[in-house]
Design a protein around this ligand. Structure first.
Ligand SMILES: O=c1ccn([C@@H]2O[C@H](COP(=O)(O)OP(=O)(O)O[C@H]3O[C@H](CO)[C@@H](O)[C@H](O)[C@H]3O)[C@@H](O)[C@H]2O)c(=O)[nH]1
Ligand SMILES: [Mn+2]
Length: 732
């Protein structure tokens, strides 16, 4: 008999376009060298002091940008795509698949509506996977009976929804998303309408309760769990509430057609004002412990409450990686991209992370594995709980016999409560070597890093049909605040003992350390960007030239670097499925984020180092006024609220407007010698004009818009005064 050849469960391919990428990168590097030569050779030694310092500052900014470009280029030098083979998985393992625990986190019923959480929970209950092998855990950091009630409704509706999904091969399996887009099925028309009606009624009940902010008495009587809220004084001060809503082991827990149901658990961990709760990381660690008693599945999927499952096969995709006999055992987590269902065509807030996820993460994957980004991620429980990878580690999935606990559900609830109590972690390794790492607003990144530094790899999967869809922020301020949290957290990681360069030394490849640093240093971009936005503009007003003359050959490297870099970025954006306008918006957000969010993040980190500032996690709202939503759909940037972030944006926009006007005045006054001004200050004028073009929506919001999304008047006055003061100071 011929030797049976080993067929892998997944395949790895090189991403196309590598040669082009490397050629462009090499040519940009050459351009950068020329720019540096120019900066050194023509350093104004004779001129005024101001001129020299402006020049040196610009040079430093350019060095920083080049360094940052180098980091991002290095981490994309190689990149790979993983292609899972589902049929091989089912051939080889058939029904002998492992149990899966699924964690859903929610924190606040007012900005994460229970009706949304229900959809996410239902979508993960309905995976195309044996239901008796699934356990779903909801962590409610809002400690809200509204969310608890919504879960009861979900448990009930799942009895209809799961068989319906199976029969009709429904996709996606979030009822809200499905009924919003799907048309009535001709074959099962009656049933289809019935299920839809049942869903809508459930949604109405949940929303009605949320609106009243109270659970009606007759409902409260139906479940013992509600009694727990008699003891709850506030969301920051309450005992552990743990309710097993569906016990998968119970033979009576079946759907309408008599098939078993997945286990469903509601958990609000204990919170006391005197104990830090560590935000999402704390919630996840409580879930890890509680689930280890109840189901203890070897694989854990975690999603944010807005990230519903959009692909019912994701679990199997991930298992193709974990269960591959040759390469699977070293993988700690399989990360799916974060995709969003509420993006408009041209993504005004640039929230799609297209290029980052489609190209950069594949580069990380080739160098040891993508970072963990907090949601849409399948973990190996052991790796997450602190185990170090060891070359002899091998899982025999077929022998991995799941021994389930025998205790009755209500006893189990009692014995598990202590695992979610405030004091449980005292003097343990939780939050350090075990579970998610505490102390950072980007618990995901630092946790992924520490897992990788324990010797594990990670992989990235981006199937054609997106695995998860979430809600992207729909106002500018929320986007900026979210990015402030991220970049602040990233920089904090870089400045901590977890700094990838040192912490990962000899543990993960250099390229991966550099790639982590590239993300960690996002906030540090703010200084160089602010300088580039402000100083050339001031110098323009004063008539100081900081760039080569248009007529000189030295202009070429500057022009080439700027053009090639941006043109390539546009090409990538389009290749990843974006639009031209989308790219322009992305560039604007690039500027906005660097000057506002990143600056705040940068300075707050400094304050933190000095001991003045504290860790915070501002939860992103997932709902908005109808008015705001309408403007979002029309792709109008939402300013609306007064915020220091907007003060900065508006002032910078005004500065560049004044700078451009000043330049135009100079050109006109110059009369027939006009070519001289253009020759000397050409590049600077161009820079100013490009910035003005990028800021067009800001001027519109400052002076022309009448709707509620316009810039608040206070910001308008402030920005005009500040910009005028700045310009006057610069000129004299
Ligand atoms: O005290 C908290 C705060 C937040 N959350 C949950 O954490 C998730 C993420 O919060 P969100 O406000 O939506 O933040 P995003 O910026 O959208 O989250 C991204 O960035 C976070 C790190 O900053 C990661 O944890 C997330 O997975 C990732 O999606 C949500 O499900 C929240 O309910 C908690 O459970 N407890
Ligand atoms: Mn979110």
């Amino acid at each position: 008999m011929a030797k049976i050849e080993y067929v892998p469960l997944f395949e790895t391919r090189q991403v196309k376009g590598r040669i082009l990428f490397r050629c462009v990168a090499a040519s940009i590097l050459l351009g950068i060298c020329f720019v540096f030569v120019y900066r050194v050779r023509f350093l104004p030694v004779g001129g005024g002091k101001a001129e020299r310092w402006a020049w040196i500052g610009l040079f430093l900014s350019e060095i920083w940008f080049s360094f940052f470009w180098f980091l991002t280029t290095v981490c994309r030098w190689n990149s790979v795509i993983r292609i899972p083979h589902l049929h091989t998985l089912s051939q080889r393992f058939g029904k002998e698949l492992p149990d899966i625990d699924i964690f859903v986190c929610t924190a606040d019923p007012s900005i994460e509506p229970p009706s949304m959480v229900v959809n996410t929970v239902l979508s993960v209950m309905a995976y195309d996977y044996p239901p008796q092998k699934l356990s779903i855990y909801l962590s409610d950091d809002g400690g809200s009976d509204l969310t608890f009630y919504a879960m009861l409704e979900a448990a009930d509706f799942s009895k209809t929804w799961l068989p319906f999904c199976n029969k009709l091969k429904v996709e996606p399996r979030s009822p809200e998303a499905y009924f919003r887009t799907a048309f009535e099925e001709a074959v099962h028309a009656e049933e289809w309408l019935l299920v839809k009606k049942q869903y809508e009624e459930m949604k109405m009940r949940i929303e009605a309760a949320a609106k009243m902010n109270r659970i009606p008495e007759h409902i409260r009587k139906q479940h013992k769990g509600f009694r727990e809220w008699d003891l709850v004084s506030s969301k920051r001060d309450h005992q552990t509430i743990l309710q097993i809503l569906i016990d998968g082991r119970d033979s009576n827990a079946v759907d309408m057609e008599g098939n078993p149901l997945p286990t469903l658990v509601y958990l609000a961990r204990e919170k006391r004002p005197q104990y830090p709760h560590h935000f999402k990381a704390g919630a996840m660690n409580a879930l890890i412990r509680v689930s280890s008693r109840i189901s203890n599945s070897p694989i854990i999927l975690n999603v944010d409450c807005d990230m519903y499952s959009n692909n019912s096969e994701s679990i199997k995709y991930a298992l193709c990686i974990f269960m591959d006999e040759e390469k699977g055992d070293e993988v700690a987590y399989v990360q799916f991209p974060q995709n969003f269902e509420n993006l408009t065509k041209n993504e005004i807030y640039g929230s799609s992370f297209r290029v980052i996820q489609k190209l950069e993460f594949r580069g990380l994957d080739a160098n040891g594995g993508p970072c963990y980004i907090g949601t849409g991620c399948f973990h190996r429980r052991e790796a997450l709980c602190g185990k170090k990878y060891d070359i002899n580690y091998k899982v025999d999935w077929k022998k991995l016999n799941q021994t389930r606990v025998e205790e009755h559900a209500s006893l189990l609830e009692e014995t598990c409560k202590v695992l979610a109590s405030c004091s449980f972690e005292h003097n343990t390794a939780w939050g350090k070597e075990m579970g998610l790492v505490y102390g950072f607003p980007v618990e995901d990144i630092v946790t992924g890093l520490s897992v990788q530094c324990r010797g594990w790899k990670s992989m990235f999967l981006g199937p054609e049909r997106e695995g998860f869809l979430g809600v992207a922020p729909i106002t500018l301020l929320q986007t900026l605040v979210q990015h402030k949290r991220w970049t602040e957290g990233h920089l904090q990681v870089f400045l901590s003992e977890y700094c990838p360069l040192t912490y990962g030394y000899k543990k993960i490849p250099l390229k991966l350390r550099l790639a982590y640093s590239a993300y960690n240093l996002w906030a540090a971009n703010s200084l160089a960007t602010l300088y580039y936005v402000v100083v050339p503009c001031f110098c323009l007003l004063k008539g100081i030239s900081l760039f080569p003359k248009i007529s000189s050959l030295w202009v070429l490297p500057f022009a080439y670097v700027a053009f090639a870099h941006r043109a390539y970025s546009l090409g990538e954006f389009l290749c990843c499925g974006g639009t031209f306008l989308g790219w322009c918006n992305d560039q604007r957000m690039w500027l906005f984020k660097r000057t506002s969010s990143y600056s705040f993040a940068f300075f707050e980190n400094i304050l933190k180092l000095l001991g003045y500032s504290q860790l915070a996690f501002v939860v992103t709202a997932k709902v908005a006024d109808e008015d705001v939503s309408k403007r979002y759909d029309r792709e109008q940037i939402e300013f609306g609220a007064a915020s220091p972030m907007f003060d900065i944006l508006a002032t910078l926009a005004m500065l560049n407007l004044l700078g451009s006007l000043g330049a135009i005045k100079k050109i006109i006054l110059d009369g027939n010698r006009e070519s001289k001004v253009i020759d000397q200050l050409g590049l600077q004028i161009l820079l100013c004009l490009v910035l003005v073009a990028i800021n067009l929506p800001v001027y519109q919001a400052l002076f022309f818009r009448k709707d509620k999304g316009k810039m608040p008047t206070s910001v308008t006055y402030k920005s005009i005064i500040l910009a005028l003061l700045g310009c006057t100071a610069a000129m004299y």
